[in-house]
Design a protein around this ligand. Structure first.
Ligand SMILES: Nc1nc2c(ncn2[C@@H]2O[C@H](COP(=O)(O)OP(=O)(O)O)[C@@H](O)[C@H]2O)c(=O)[nH]1
Ligand SMILES: [Mg+2]
Length: 170
């Protein structure tokens, strides 16, 4: 299977804007009511994440991808994903904090939130508007195992790229 990422996150978290930034093209901006397949990205409706009734849709769509981007809006106080949510989805998890450029962005709080969702995996602080962290996301999707991802994160020495590891005590 070609490496592909599914984007999940609340309504307004920035999924469609991030899709544009990742693809480097302006795809039509509208409220995504259904799954939209682009080249290597699957954009999902925010309802999938906000309503547990749709979790089965997330599971089904996950079968078609290699990576899942879990979006946490830095400007939102909403708890988007239940703790440990990534454990139920057997695909490489990547935490994405969106809107880091925003004046109301709460980065530290967002990192803590996404850490509780991603027990073991990378977290990227991004801004689709200012093109921050976008390159890291593209690079991360090329890796097929977490050891390579962990090495990439450490070698990058970028404070906007973290690795969440709640399993290893050190
Ligand atoms: N400041 C800022 N605003 C953003 C960013 N990404 C998205 N937004 C805004 O957040 C709103 C929701 O974005 P959208 O991509 O439609 O969210 P979606 O519902 O998850 O697809 C829009 O008004 C975007 O302009 C960002 O990186 N920075
Ligand atoms: Mg959208």
């Amino acid at each position: 299977m070609k490496n592909r990422a599914m984007l999940i996150g609340a309504i307004g978290a920035g999924k469609s804007t991030l899709t544009n930034a990742l693809l480097g093209v302006e795809v039509k901006a509208y409220k995504t009511q259904t799954l939209i397949y682009y080249d290597w990205i699957v954009d999902t409706p925010g309802e999938y994440t906000e309503n547990p009734m749709f979790y089965k849709n997330i599971m089904a769509t996950a079968l078609e991808v290699t990576h899942v981007f879990y979006l946490q809006d830095a400007t939102s106080d909403k708890v988007t994903f239940p703790p440990g949510f990534t454990m139920g989805i057997p695909k490489i998890p990547i935490g994405v904090i969106t809107k880091s450029d925003h004046t109301k962005a709460k980065i530290a709080e967002s990192i803590e939130r996404i850490r509780s969702v991603i027990s073991y995996g990378p977290i990227v602080i991004t801004s689709s508007v200012e093109n921050i962290g976008i390159e890291h996301l593209k690079n991360l999707v090329q890796f097929n195992d977490m050891d390579s991802i962990k090495k990439y994160v450490h070698d990058s020495e970028d404070e906007k790229l973290l690795f969440s590891d709640s399993f290893t005590v050190n």
